[in-house]
Design a binder for this molecule. Structure first.
Ligand code: DC
Length: 226
């Protein structure tokens, strides 16, 4: 099989990874893999069973009962299939965000998901976003980007996004949740969120989406034949 091209985009919650990664993948004709959605699916599954994301024994006992599949619709949007059921919309709550962050610290979860993520990248050209793609999942990725922004900017964007959808949003609470997830994601023992040595940092605090896409497009052009 010909060598595939991988672009890893890591960074904290709310830095705009998925919006940017999806755009770049579409432009380059690559698969977009949102790895956070896979952790969210595991968290959702355990939640339905009443297993706490901190309950190591419970998570270990039931993880084999779960089959996770990634599918793509005609628009290239990623769907998460949990034991045959499409849970794409169900995993996008604040509650599942927190639980996914906690469950992602469980070694058995990281182990099971590692092969799955590598397998997609082995078969297809991918833009993969997450926390440990450049450091652990695809250490040989052709391009590694670390996308970040201040916690305040990320909280403000999230608040505006919710208000824009006509939902309630409290900036202080959202900021607190983002800071808590940052802490959990950077302090866990296995594969914590950190910049790979050969990663290029892009701070989006002062940039709009077009500017970020342009910046990353240029980095990708420099490093690959895409
Ligand atoms: O990107 P996201 O917010 O959907 O991710 C949800 C949680 O999943 C995040 O807080 C930490 C975890 N995660 C991870 O540990 N490793 C990844 N590659 C992606 C996500």
């Amino acid at each position: 099989m010909a060598k595939t091209i991988s672009i890893a985009i890591d960074g904290p919650a709310g830095a705009g990874k998925s919006t940017i990664a999806r755009r770049i993948a579409k432009e380059l004709g690559c698969y977009y893999v949102d790895t956070g959605a896979i952790y969210r699916t595991v968290a959702y599954f355990m939640d339905l069973l009443g297993i706490s994301p901190k309950d190591t024994d419970g998570v270990e006992r039931y993880i084999d009962e779960l089959t996770v599949q990634i599918e793509y619709d005609e628009e290239g949007l990623q769907h998460m299939i949990m034991n045959g059921m499409d849970v794409t919309a169900d995993i996008r709550t604040q509650d599942i965000s927190q639980k996914a962050s906690l469950i992602s610290a469980q070694p058995v979860v990281r182990e099971v998901l590692l092969d799955m993520q590598r397998e997609v990248a082995r078969q297809h050209n991918v833009v993969m976003d997450g926390r440990d793609i450049g450091t652990v999942v695809l250490p040989d990725a052709d391009v590694k980007i670390f996308l970040t922004a201040s916690a305040e900017v990320r909280a403000k964007r999230r608040t505006d996004e919710l208000l824009g959808k006509g939902q309630k949003a409290d900036f202080q609470r959202i900021l607190q949740e983002i800071q808590q997830r940052d802490y959990q994601d950077t302090h866990r023992a296995i594969a914590p969120l950190k910049m790979a040595r050969d990663s290029i940092k892009v701070d989006t605090s002062e940039l709009n989406i077009e500017q970020v896409v342009e910046t990353i497009r240029n980095i990708v052009r420099e490093k690959t034949a895409l």
